[in-house]
Design a protein around this ligand. Structure first.
Ligand code: ZN
Length: 150
């Protein structure tokens, strides 16, 4: 288990240092800003939709390692997904990070998101991990005000 933890930590740090899809998007059809005042995380998520499929997704901003890595992994996973697949994935991710840390995490269908299982032990970090997902959702709903985790 400790080896697995270390591997997850390394993957999170890698995404923090080299965030994927980290750029603005001129052709974005949807965008929203998210802010987590507890930690100071700020992310802007851009999406380009083709009917109900996410053709492209990217982000900009500055956040802690957990927030940046979570946004980076999210943008990787959501490329080419349908909106209902994205919604379902967010549901599973939220269930993971808010589940009882004493229990074995339900990893079904989570893919790489499982690297964030350790967040369960640090409740203050849960918002860092879920901020990009809330922001993505707000972008799709065309909300213009900044999404705050508070
Ligand atoms: Zn944070």
């Amino acid at each position: 288990m400790d080896e697995l933890r270390e591997l997850y930590q390394e993957m999170i740090l890698d995404h923090h240092k080299n965030p994927r899809n980290f750029h603005g998007m001129d052709a974005a059809s949807h965008a929203a800003e998210g802010y987590n005042p507890l930690c100071g995380d700020k992310v802007t998520v851009y999406l380009q939709l083709d009917r109900d499929t996410i053709k492209d997704i990217s982000f900009e901003g500055s956040g802690c390692a957990i927030c940046t890595a979570s946004t980076s992994v999210m943008t990787e996973l959501l490329q080419g997904k349908t909106l209902s697949e994205a919604e379902a994935l967010f549901g599973r991710f939220r269930a993971l990070v808010t589940s009882d840390p004493g229990e074995k995490p339900d990893q079904a269908g989570l893919g790489k998101l499982v690297i964030f299982a350790g967040v369960r032990e640090y409740p203050i970090r849960i918002k860092c991990a879920t901020l990009p997902w809330h922001t993505m959702q707000a972008a799709l709903e065309d909300k213009s005000e900044t999404v705050s985790t508070e």
